[in-house]
Design a protein around this ligand. Structure first.
Ligand code: THU
Length: 131
């Protein structure tokens, strides 16, 4: 599973819109029906409006009608020789849109990985249960 997700996320790197950072990030979601959806980071001249690869993939999934119970794994990759972990904004969004025990696989450019569970990324996170 990891290999397929990794290959698709790596292939998606060509679609990154990284005019300002030139730092390409690709994400891939494994869905229960076998579908793999990718996402890339898409930047903006108003830098704060840039969207990370993980959120692009998740919003794409939800826009197509998938929900958290459909997501089996999340993978994030880059062109770097080290793995990159999801930023704080993505952790907050994953806290809401991905189930707690879903693996989040972080890989470097060669596919070396570090995997954690989604809930490990945002201990004591704020959620709808707090409202
Ligand atoms: N970025 C992601 O897409 N995902 C991450 O997990 C970390 C950061 C993007 C945001 C921005 O386009 C670029 O990487 C540099 O911060």
């Amino acid at each position: 599973m990891k290999n397929t997700l990794f290959e698709k996320a790596q292939a998606a790197l060509k679609n990154c819109y990284v005019k300002y950072s030139n730092f390409k990030v690709g994400a891939a979601l494994k869905l229960k029906d076998g579908t793999i959806l990718t996402g890339v980071n898409i930047e903006n001249a108003s830098y704060g409006l840039s969207n990370c690869a993980e959120r692009t993939a998740l919003f794409r999934a939800y826009a197509q009608g998938y929900t958290k119970d459909d997501i089996e794994a999340v993978l994030v990759t880059t062109e770097q020789p080290y793995f990159v972990s999801p930023c704080g904004a993505c952790r907050q969004v994953m806290n809401e849109l991905v189930n707690p025990d879903v693996p989040v696989i972080m890989t470097d450019k060669d596919g070396n990985e570090k995997t954690v569970l989604n809930h490990e990324l945002l201990p004591l996170g704020f959620s709808g249960d707090d409202l």
